[in-house]
Design a protein around this ligand. Sequence first.
Ligand SMILES: Nc1ncnc2c1ncn2[C@@H]1O[C@H](COP(=O)(O)OP(=O)(O)O)[C@@H](O)[C@H]1O
Ligand SMILES: [Mg+2]
Length: 258
Amino acid sequence: MRSIAVASGKGGVGKTSVSLNLGLALAEKGLKVCVVDADVGMANLGILLGVDRAPISLHNVLTGEASMRDAVYDGPAGLNYVPAGLSTERIRRIDYGRLRAAVGELKSFDFVIIDCPSGLAPDAQAGIKAAKELLVVVTPEPSSLADALKVRSFAEKNGVRVAGFVYNMYYADAAEVSAKDMGTVLEAKLLAQSPIDANVRRASATQEPVFLKFPNTTFSQRMRVLAGELTGEPVDESKVKKDWLAELVEQITRIFRV
Ligand SMILES: Nc1ncnc2c1ncn2[C@@H]1O[C@H](COP(=O)(O)OP(=O)(O)O)[C@@H](O)[C@H]1O
Ligand SMILES: [Mg+2]
């Protein structure tokens, strides 16, 4: 079992979108995947999946009331997931230290993807420490880079291997920090990149994962690239079909960067 924490420091960069849709891309390869919503405060994964309430959630596991195996549910397209559970009034009883052992219970999976909260508070720290590998999600802004560096250094201090990073939500703007510069400063491998793809938001509005609703939109294709990088079966970039808008954005970006 490979456990991968998806973290960023900065909020709103695409951690939950990447966690869920990477999970689906790995499941499409026939792998057994469980996505864990470790963002107990926000519980966004359930919203993207269109599931309301689960009788047992990670919340119950972290308070010691339930075992992790009882919190695993069947999701779409063969994906399994552990919902965070929404209960702000009981959040105080949570012991984040339990997360690591809980993830360890999920041995029957090929991949366990931990969708981490933003920041580096105890909840985010626990999410990262519960995994063996870290996948950093960044957007092309200096603040995202700065936060990613903090996350990276925390992971390293705790013996979590940095698998690489996803460069997300870029668009044609010369003021953006380039993926190459991000990689140099982060000292991490660029595993996949996705421009702003309107279908990501469109799908989330219908509470259907973008990977299933728009399997060939740019973001979904890039999640296949990411899955291929992680499993050591790289997708041939020339076979990655691009939609015309993304293609145009990339061309413009290239032109303005020379
Ligand atoms: N490549 C993308 N293109 C367009 N919108 C995106 C992309 N990635 C994520 N989003 C949108 O950005 C917002 C934040 O994404 P989310 O995955 O919730 O981030 P985080 O978990 O880091 O807070 C959501 O509205 C999501 O639909
Ligand atoms: Mg999130």
